[in-house]
Design a protein around this ligand. Structure first.
Ligand SMILES: *Cc1c(COP(=O)(O)O)cnc(C)c1O
Length: 390
């Protein structure tokens, strides 16, 4: 009996919101790591991952970490912020952006985002600067670049450090430069929800050469172990504060397999992004939804978002899609309205764009292996929703 002979037909397969990227050689490299006999941090696969980032981005110095949160924590230590100091960032981001600095006793100061990219509004940064401001943390939402020229110029004028939260921004560029390599420091994530993954994982890009040696010490529990392994000192010792931030070798082996396929992974996700953007253009023209301004080339296919007209329309659209087996979700309870945000941070000015977009944003399914047919099904389901609700 064929499917066609089943009277009611099978329910269409569910389309998940995301799936962890797998490229094929992960297990082979993990096996190689085990055979190598080194499974702590600092082994051959970790070094290959660092060399890959330094060559391909390129980055001056890449330090693998066990998460982007760890990389942000190292950045906060390198920024030498403490109680009373302020760090300017968007509220429309993940908790790690803020908590890394809160751990040092500093106060996140949230400014509003731009409605087109959902990134920090560079025009609002300078008015938020006080004598206590030490750093700016632009977050490249959905892998789309913040206005880095303007941000670096502001930082220069006020002698501030720029830490790029490039957690979502693998292989995205700004005027030809890889995101994460433009600020003094950049932080990448290889969490399983990102484009290139190792389960948990991250990297700190140290673009300001003056901070490289200290960054290595912070990552190695405050010791100069990295210099010892390079033969630069004859013993290693406790030099500074720090923590244990290296990824284990099994994680690096997994990640290196993904690095080898990075271009293909991003290209496939960009194709899905472009298909959504083209397929939903007429609904945007009709005023039902707002689409991201960034082209597939300006983004990296990490997230495809759209804005519904209001919170009620979003709730109805999400219910409609999920009812059809399509797992669409919303994004970010803004940090300024979260319990810890109220306790540890403050907002500069009103965050009306942040509040508005956070109440209307919908993220569509996006993962490596999302087929053209599945993208078409999502687009059709959205069109059907607006057909009925026009
Ligand atoms: C995912 C993410 C992080 C945290 O990354 P981890 O590797 O899970 O620690 C930080 N900032 C942003 C913007 C993220 O999207």
């Amino acid at each position: 009996m064929t499917d066609a002979a089943v009277p009611s037909g099978p329910a269409p397969e569910k389309i998940p919101f995301g799936r962890p990227t797998m490229v094929g050689r992960e297990l082979a490299y993990i096996e190689e790591a085990i055979r190598n006999g080194t499974i702590a941090g600092g082994g051959p696969f970790m070094k290959r991952c660092e060399a890959w980032l330094e060559r391909e981005l390129p980055a001056r110095r890449a330090l693998m970490a066990h998460s982007c949160t760890a990389a942000l924590e190292m950045a906060a230590m390198l920024a030498e912020v403490g109680p009373g100091d302020e760090v300017i960032m968007p509220s429309f981001t993940f908790s790690s952006t803020a908590t890394a600095f809160v751990l040092r006793g500093a106060t996140p100061v949230f400014v509003d985002v731009r409605p087109d990219t959902l990134n920090i509004d560079e025009a609002l940064i300078e008015p938020a600067i006080t004598p206590r401001t030490r750093a700016i943390v632009p977050v490249h939402y959905a892998g789309v670049a913040c206005a880095m020229d303007e941000i670096m110029a502001i930082a220069d004028r006020h002698k501030l450090l720029v830490v790029e939260d490039a957690a979502q921004a693998h292989l995205s560029h700004y005027k030809g430069r890889a995101l994460g390599t433009i600020g003094h420091l950049g932080c990448l994530s290889f969490h399983e929800t990102k484009n290139i993954i190792s389960g948990e994982g991250g990297a700190l890009l140290v673009n300001d050469g003056r901070m490289i040696e200290r960054a290595e010490i912070l990552r190695e529990k405050g010791t100069d172990r990295s210099r010892f392994f390079r033969g630069e000192v004859d013993k290693y010792t406790w030099r500074d504060i720090g923590s244990s931030y290296c990824p284990g070798e099994i994680v690096s082996a997994f990640l290196y397999a993904q690095f080898e396929q990075a271009e293909g992974i991003i290209a496939a996700r960009r194709a899905s992004y472009e298909a959504y953007r083209t397929g939903l253009a007429s609904l945007a023209r009709a005023g039902h939804v707002t689409l991201p301004a960034a082209t597939a080339d300006e983004a990296n296919g990490h997230i495809f978002w759209l804005l519904a007209k209001d919170a009620a329309a979003r709730a109805a659209l999400l219910a409609h899609l999920n009812g059809r087996g399509i797992n669409a979700v919303f994004h970010y309870v803004p940090l300024h309205s979260a319990p810890a945000g109220l306790r540890y941070a403050r907002a500069h000015g009103n965050l009306s764009v942040t509040d508005d977009i956070a109440s209307r944003l919908v993220r569509l399914p996006m993962y490596l292996g999302l087929g053209e047919g599945e993208v078409a099904r999502v687009i059709d389901a959205i069109a059907a929703f607006y057909g009925k609700n026009a």
